[in-house]
Ligand binder design. Sequence first.
Ligand SMILES: [Zn+2]
Length: 73
Amino acid sequence: MRRLFYIDYPQEHIEGQAHRYRCAFCKLETTTINGRLEGHLPTCDYRVALEKAGFECNRHSPIPHEDTADEVD
Ligand SMILES: [Zn+2]
């Protein structure tokens, strides 16, 4: 099984960083993960759970579109 984007992981707000969020498990920023399963740490509970469920990392990801969270208001 394969998905284009993996964005249903639990996220938490990065303290003191206005529009920035990170994975609640591996603590990597959403802009680093960029919707990719392999964007999480190999030890991330979310990634491990999905890999166990049979999901694969995307080896040939489409061009990642820029996250606009850092845009100046
Ligand atoms: Zn993670």
